[in-house]
Design a protein around this ligand. Sequence first.
Ligand SMILES: [Zn+2]
Length: 266
Amino acid sequence: MAEHFNHFPLKRFAGIVADCMGVALPESFAPGISWVSDILKKQLGGAADRAVLYHADAVGQYIWQQYTDLLAPIYMHTSLAIPFLSTVMSVTPVAHASMYTGLDPEGHGIRTYVRPRLDCVTLYDVLLDLGKKIAIVAQQDSTFLHIFAGRDIDYFECANAIEVQQKSLELIGSDRYDVISIHTFDYDNAAHAYGPESKEGLNAISLEAEGFHRIAEALEKYKGRHRALLSYSPDHGQHLTAGGRGAHGDTSNEDMNILHFFGTIA
Ligand SMILES: [Zn+2]
């Protein structure tokens, strides 16, 4: 039986966010997906002036296929689910670099699990040039804190997904940030240790989905005052290994196929 892989590469992510915010990107970036941003902008009633981008690490599309109920909190706040194909290698720094530079791994230079500070133009750099205020909220030692370091971004490093959630709620409440990127990897950790479909892993999916729900609720308080874009955007999946643990980095369907959810609050 043939394996089926998703069509849109992750490098299209930056273009979608930029299009929704009415921001033009340099030509180095892959285009967004115009029908996606058209739908979202129609819902928003104009360009987004807020974006909250939640990156739950390692949630593969087959998790959604098999455990759809776990993502009910995501469905509550989103209207579009778009299939994406992760990068080669299917590991966090390669994937997140492509998502925020609009480049293939050969273009941004991160092709394996290494985490140098990126010096090519990222979505963040374009937004900073426009005077946007940006925060990154992430778990300890997150890839975001390495590859996107050294910019005029406020970085918040938190001990766990619960702290990430609390800090994100505080920042949204402060109404100071135009763009907030959030990175949690409780599921990735649990799936590596116990297997992608383990009780521990699935509990972590729920925990992160609940965090997303609370964050969306916080944004809803600003309904009518802001036009907010919201996304739930994993980087890659995980597959089960012979030892019962989870792994990723190869070109399997489980590692490569992921699903992003987009929503609007306006
Ligand atoms: Zn991992």
